[in-house]
Design a protein around this ligand. Structure first.
Ligand code: ADP
Length: 462
């Protein structure tokens, strides 16, 4: 696989000061496909300084010109669509069809949405005798995970650039190659030097140095709740703004009036998609006790059909973690109706699509984020019971409600403590604000709400 042996800094690929390297591994065959620099604190410092130097110029650039650069960025990504899909397949292991349809296509759509928003957003408004200016917050640190590697970068970089911020991206160790493609596209799009910088490196070294750097004004982090908590505390101590997209344990609530077969099939597909490595996945299916056995049978059949169509997990650590959760579920009394506690293949970090039935709300597999192709099916007695179970975790990122009548589903969704709810299988909307209630995070991404995260307000009185 093609890889740059440097970091993208101040408009050019430059050798890292650190000599450390990261091996990029194909999760299907466990072979090293490339090596990239593992940047150190000095590299991070150089990147932040480049972003600071570029800030006044970019912040003063007219929104229409920023929009033009974002349009060029969208086009540069679109021109690389196939290369992006192949790269994500090589470093994440996802099947090529899914890489094309999701890992490549969604970030292009999101970049396009911010090209439009940069041109149309009201960066000034009048409130009584005041003019309120919405100004860029400054230098942004973007620390991203591997699960949707390009989407996670674009969902931070595109709104930051639209807002007039400059940025340093630290992608996940497992998926640095598509991040390098993104930096290439940004270069081609004609962003001025230093406006976007890319530092590949390890979380506890480069990530931490970036999150702690005094030259950073906002840290936008997507990843585990454990790391998010530390980043939030560090940012809080420095009185620095922070955006956190963390874990989830989303409920898929199937009300008694719903089309059960459709709700279960879409629900299983949602969990198996990207091999379950989706923070918003509906990993808890809630079914009324009268239809429970039927739902479990439908879920078992659906999961079995996915058999060899899902890719591996990203690495050996994740595979071991997910298999450990399945074992724990069985040990705590859940019934394994599809899948296994053993890996299905000798090579590659695969886990079989798994369905656990007879899961009760206090079980570990009903409370903790597993981040693998594992669905827990829970029983409820009545609507109040379903609501208690749905809201009964520390998370609140997404969810779904199914009912015969849309209004009935909406009434239930209004009572859920969560940031997004899909009604009767509602489609993904790249402009809808995405983010968590409770410990799922702080702030929102995507659309106009995602843009305002990168702005601060100043009022002029007349
Ligand atoms: P996951 O691997 O479950 O997605 P992580 O929270 O470990 O979640 O990783 C998300 C991102 O955070 C990655 O880019 C990783 O390198 C980075 N990271 C990990 N540990 C730290 C840390 N202590 N400080 C800053 N960033 C970190």
């Amino acid at each position: 696989m093609k890889a740059h042996d440097g970091i993208y800094l101040d408009g050019a690929w430059r050798p890292a000061l650190s000599r450390d390297l990261i091996d990029v591994v194909d999760p299907v065959d466990e072979q090293v496909v490339a090596r990239v620099p593992a940047a150190g604190p000095d590299d991070v410092d150089a990147a932040v300084r480049a972003a600071r130097t570029a800030l006044p110029g970019w912040a003063a650039t007219a929104p229409a010109e920023r929009a033009a650069r974002l349009t060029a960025l969208r086009d540069a990504l679109a021109a690389r669509q196939e290369e992006i899909a192949e790269t994500v397949t090589a470093e994440l292991g996802s099947p090529i069809g899914f890489s094309r349809a999701v890992h490549a296509a969604v970030p292009i759509a999101v970049a396009g949405s911010y090209a439009e928003l940069a041109a149309s957003h009201g960066f000034e408004e009048t409130v009584g005798n005041s003019t309120v200016l919405h100004e860029p917050i400054g230098v942004v640190a973007a620390i991203t995970p591997w699960n949707y590697p390009l989407h996670q970068i674009v969902a931070k970089a595109a709104p930051a650039l639209a807002a007039g911020c400059t940025i340093v991206v630290k992608p996940a160790e497992d998926t640095p190659l598509v991040a390098q493609l993104f930096a290439e596209a940004a270069h081609e799009a004609g962003l001025p030097a230093g406006v976007l910088n890319l530092v590949t490196g390890r979380g506890p070294v480069a990530g931490q140095a970036l999150a702690e750097h005094p030259g950073v004004d906002l840290v936008s982090f997507t990843g585990s709740t454990a790391v998010g908590r530390v980043i939030g505390a560090t940012a809080g101590a420095a009185v620095k703004k922070v955006a956190l997209e963390l874990g989830g344990k989303s409920a898929n609530v199937i009300l008694p009036s719903a089309d059960l077969a459709r709700a279960v099939n879409v629900g299983v597909a949602n969990v198996m998609s990207n091999s379950g490595q989706t923070c918003s996945a509906w990993t808890r299916m809630l079914v009324h006790r009268d239809r429970y056995d039927e739902a479990v049978e439908l879920a078992r059949t659906a999961a079995a059909k996915y058999g060899d169509r899902i890719g591996p997990l990203v690495n050996a650590k994740q595979q071991a973690r997910v298999l450990g959760y399945i074992e724990k579920g069985v040990a705590e009394g859940a019934r394994l109706v599809a899948g296994s506690t053993e890996p299905p293949r000798e090579r590659g970090y695969f886990v079989s699509p798994t369905v656990l039935a007879d899961v009760t709300p206090e079980m570990t597999v009903a409370q903790e984020e597993i981040f693998g192709p594992v669905l827990s099916v829970l029983r409820y007695d009545d609507e109040e019971d379903a609501l208690r179970i749905a809201n009964g975790t520390v998370y609140g990122l997404a969810g779904a409600v199914w009912a015969g009548d849309e209004a009935e589903a909406v009434a239930f969704a209004r009572r859920m403590d969560t940031g997004q709810v899909d009604i009767n299988g509602g489609r993904f909307n790249p402009l809808a604000p995405f983010g968590g209630y409770k410990q799922s995070g702080v702030g929102r991404e995507l659309g106009a709400h995602g843009l305002t995260e990168y702005l601060q307000t100043k009022s002029l009185q007349f």
